[in-house]
Design a protein around this ligand. Sequence first.
Ligand code: NDP
Length: 333
Amino acid sequence: KNKQKKLGVALVGLGGYSTYQLAPALLQCKNCYLAGIVTGTPSKEKIWADKYNIPQKNIYNYQNFDSIADNKDIDIVYVVLPVAMHKEYTIRAAKAGKHVICEKPMAVSAADCQAMIDACKQANRMLSIGYRLHFEPFNMEMMRLGQKKVFGNIMKINSSNGFVWGGDPNAWRLKKALAGGGALMDMGVYVIQGARYTTGEEPLTVKAKEIKTKPDLFKEVDETVVWEMKFPGGSVAECRTSYNENANFLRAEAERGWFELSEAYRYGGMVGATTNGSMSFPNINQQAAQMDDFAQCVTQNKSTRVPGEMGLQDIKIVEAIYRSIASGKEESV
Ligand code: NDP
């Protein structure tokens, strides 16, 4: 394929994930390339323009972003901003006539997620969420083993995802207004996802509690959340997420065996095993696979396997978990 046929992607928000994961991944993509940037930091413009050969006319800031509507180089806008900004930039991108990829978690509320879905539908544009693990072979194997009931019905899921916060105490992730929540929103969505795609079912109820050992650091957002989700097929997921514990696994126990990823949610270096032995799959660039797939969905007018509706459902579950923390009771999703 020549470069002419590749779709142009504009990254909105040039922070850590754009800089170290998405932009390098776009160099490996076959169906799309980094065509433009949207940034509020003028000093980043020349660095990115030089590094990725981006013409001045494809560089925007948050004020003039809407004029991207007139730019034929840009087919897809990828929103990589603090969570509370996802709604506004997804809707502005759709109104500008662009297809949208929005990072996880989709938004700070289910109502915002729904508004984003509606705006993209109204503009007849496609919307997908940055759920890279749906393109990652070890996680795809968990989906296959669980959904195809290779070891029979799943009885129990066990998963945790967390790290010990060592970053800036003033980061947006610790501010409720920008992040919407703490570890649950940022890291817990992977656990919710893992349980959903391994069982292939939607949880009916959740029961949750919060643990806070560093109230000075986690003033506004949750530090550690423990919760249980009950699925219609009878399986139960025991889940945990934290900004104060290192954990990264997804395990399923079924009638005739178990299967697990003991390194589950990272950008690479997955480790997987089943009752029958270890899993062996290539390590791939997940972000490149995710973006290439979306570009192909746009070109071929096919639906994405990680649509806005999937992001909305995760936020509905997150909201039920926060309701359960507040009520101390089991809550319906
Ligand atoms: P960073 O803090 O590293 O970057 C965020 C960028 O957003 C900033 O650099 C800035 O870019 C822009 N920005 C605009 N307004 C603000 C504001 N008020 N405060 C802070 N930043 C602002 O965040 P990440 O890159 O780690 O995360 C961005 C998004 O990507 C989040 O939704 C996160 O959940 C998601 N993410 C997803 C991952 C995945 O594996 N799928 C992994 C990591 C993050 P500029 O200077 O260009 O304006």
